[in-house]
Design a protein around this ligand. Sequence first.
Ligand code: NAI
Length: 340
Amino acid sequence: LFISFISSVTPKLIRYTSILSPSIQTKNVAVLGASGGIGQPLSLLLKLSPLINNLSLYDIQHTKGVGVDLSHIETQVKVKAYVGKEQLSDALKDMDLVLIPAGVPRKPGMTRDDLFITNATIVANLVSACAKNCSQAILAIITNPINSTVPIATEIMKAYNVYNEKKIIGVTTLDVIRAATFVAEAKGLDSLRVFVPVIGGHSGNTIIPLLSQISPPVSFSQQELDSLTSRIQNAGTEVVEAKAGTGSATLSMAHAGARFSFSILDALNGKTGIIDCGYVASQETEFKYFATPLLLGRNGVETSIGVGKLSEYETKLIEKAKPELNANIQKGIDFAKQYL
Ligand code: NAI
């Protein structure tokens, strides 16, 4: 089942076009943290999409300027900007999809977990507002540490009695596009036609690329396996170090966030066979939360495709990731209990 789903994945070319099938219903999308390094280019890419009707930009600062700037682009997407807590509920009304890239990014030497205190509170506040104002919307969490912020979002939605496991997803698409790019580079392939499932979590060792399950199949020496796995796991740090204190991945993350949004919007519109990886509450693994390829549908996550047949190498990677991933998850759950 896993293999047949994965091999049916079509090249992930982002479509920015004004030609729309009449059956497509445009949707309402909000970006919370819209003035940030990720928020601005992500909002730009969303403004170019024919799948979107209203684009709601929210931040605690600078959204008015971002909104006016984007509103001059000649696409049909209607942009509205909201700034400050008192405008948050208006920003969320009638949203189908809420993307959350609000929070502080890493500086050199920091782990994603070092962002916990600041970002956990931001995510908890924003998700509480979503629970009150757009509880039916799909929540796509970008804010790190994802391993913990997704459990926080879940606990908050549960506390408001509006939890729907199909609708909270941690965005791990950046790991998937990095894996495809690095594998294609190493093997001289067309990266748009390479799909590497990436499972686990979204930090260092917890990022587990399944190099034994690439579509189309590719084989590696042990040395290649080690170096590619390590590069994919540490690709975020590669960017943080190159940016030398000015932030983490923003442009590639904006692309990843837009790509993930278009998968969600296509699926909400009834397009079948849409598969993307994401970090979600997990039924079929031993972890409470785990990233796997997901089949998306009209209600969000239809089902997890699972992890397929793992190589011995990948099984060991999961074993190694276990303590960190479990600790990150528990930290999120404990924070939410205290917050609520
Ligand atoms: P940034 O600092 O450039 O932007 C963050 C934005 O969030 C700022 O505009 C800030 O005003 C806003 N913000 C802060 N508190 C807020 C609140 N309570 N409500 C609304 N907006 C608020 O940071 P950047 O580079 O855009 O990164 C954002 C987050 O995304 C970080 O946590 C970073 O670690 C994470 N990230 C996640 C990735 C992933 O693969 N999921 C990849 C790269 C970054």
